[in-house]
Design a protein around this ligand. Structure first.
Ligand code: AMP
Ligand code: MG
Length: 352
């Protein structure tokens, strides 16, 4: 691929400077790629109705063609031309959770290019809760296709620096709007089946959704730690968020997790390996050896979601051979955190 000059612009995340955002809009309209911040992770955006532009996303990321993309809109109204119909249920959920970290699957209209949905008859749509993203989409006047702005397989980017690491020279613009908030990708909710089904856990939790749709369920791949279960969301079947180092996640009682990680750390160090420990604020002083990084606070698990991908990238920068990570409870946002840890470790979750 020819090297592209990547322009990096810093934009105020609360009050985006219109003239700066318009530079991004101009590129989107011309069929080019622009990375921009959302409240979940940075997205790699292209005009979602322009097949040639969308192809460039797959090339820049090295993304498999059978992994469909999410379309981003700046209002509920804007989704009408993209879908066959909108159920009462969908309407209620959009009113409650949009803009926000929730993607909804609808039956697609003929306006949506095949490349977006990887040939499926459903389309995934989300309205992000971020002033820069909303302004960029609104002014572009088209839905913006935007997967996470990382090289496929690597941890999702939660800062412009991560995007630069992965995509500099491959895309036309990176809009730097600081660190993202949630830090994990959106929840993917399928409303096209009889039972509403969460295909990917994220910032909007099962517990949040149950308040509006009590019959909502989680796909088996979320509930079980078993690595052989194939998820219904095509993208979830791939190894994701992977550090260069091997990674093992320990789940169970916190005290047992700490003891097991201490034992394993000794073992690996005695074999001449460098060990990274993904600890938490509550446990970080319990370890005596290895490179210890606290990923966040167990009492406020949102902090763990916020820091997770950056912490994985930090271990890579330090070039450790193996990462031993503490698991968290699978409730609320903890479900999404464990889902990302499962993928990052290639399914290596050990119950202690
Ligand atoms: P990303 O934007 O990289 O976070 O990935 C988008 C996620 O949404 C992937 O896991 C996709 O497989 C999923 N997705 C997008 N469109 C569909 C669809 N039509 N049906 C099922 N999953 C979808
Ligand atoms: Mg992604």
């Amino acid at each position: 691929m020819d090297k592209i000059q990547t322009k990096i612009i810093k934009v105020n995340e609360r009050k985006p400077e219109k003239e700066l955002v318009m530079e991004g809009v101009d590129l989107i309209r011309k069929g080019k790629l622009v990375a921009f911040p959302t409240e979940t992770v940075y997205g790699l955006g292209a005009n979602g109705l322009n097949q040639e532009a969308v192809k460039k996303i797959f090339m820049a990321k090295g993304r498999p063609q059978d992994n469909p993309l999410i379309l981003h809109t700046s209002s509920i109204e804007d989704i009408r031309p993209l879908v066959k119909s909108i159920s009462k249920e969908a309407e209620m959920i959009m009113k409650r959770f949009w803009p926000g970290p929730l993607t909804i699957l609808f039956k697609k209209s003929s306006l949506v290019p095949e490349i977006i949905t990887a040939g499926l008859d459903t389309v995934a749509i989300r309205m992000p809760n971020h002033p820069i993203a909303l302004e960029l989409i609104k002014e572009s006047g088209v839905p913006i296709a935007a997967p996470s702005a990382n090289t496929s397989g690597k941890p999702s980017p939660t800062s412009a620096r991560h995007v630069i690491e992965d995509l500099h020279g491959k895309i036309h613009m990176i809009i730097d709007g600081g660190n993202t908030g949630v830090g994990l990708e959106s929840t993917v909710l399928d409303l096209t089946q009889k039972t509403p089904m969460i295909l990917r856990p994220g910032g909007i939790t099962l517990e949040d959704l149950q308040k509006i749709i009590p019959n909502v369920e989680e796909d088996l791949s979320i509930v079980k730690d078993d690595k052989d279960i194939i998820p219904k969301s095509p993208g979830q079947k791939y190894r994701h968020y992977a550090p260069k180092a091997d990674m093992i996640v320990f789940s169970g009682k916190l005290e047992d997790i700490v003891m097991e990680i201490k034992t394993k750390t000794k073992e690996y160090i005695s074999k001449g390996k460098t060990v990274g420990i993904m600890a938490t604020e509550e446990t970080k002083t319990r370890y005596e050896e290895g490179l210890i990084i606290s990923v966040g606070n167990r009492e406020n698990m949102e902090t763990i979601g916020h820091n997770l991908f950056n912490t994985i990238r930090q271990f890579d920068e330090e070039d450790v051979d193996i990462i031993l990570a503490e698991g968290v409870k699978k409730s609320q946002i903890g479900t999404a955190i464990m889902n990302r840890l499962k993928k990052a470790s290639g399914g290596k979750i050990i119950k202690v």
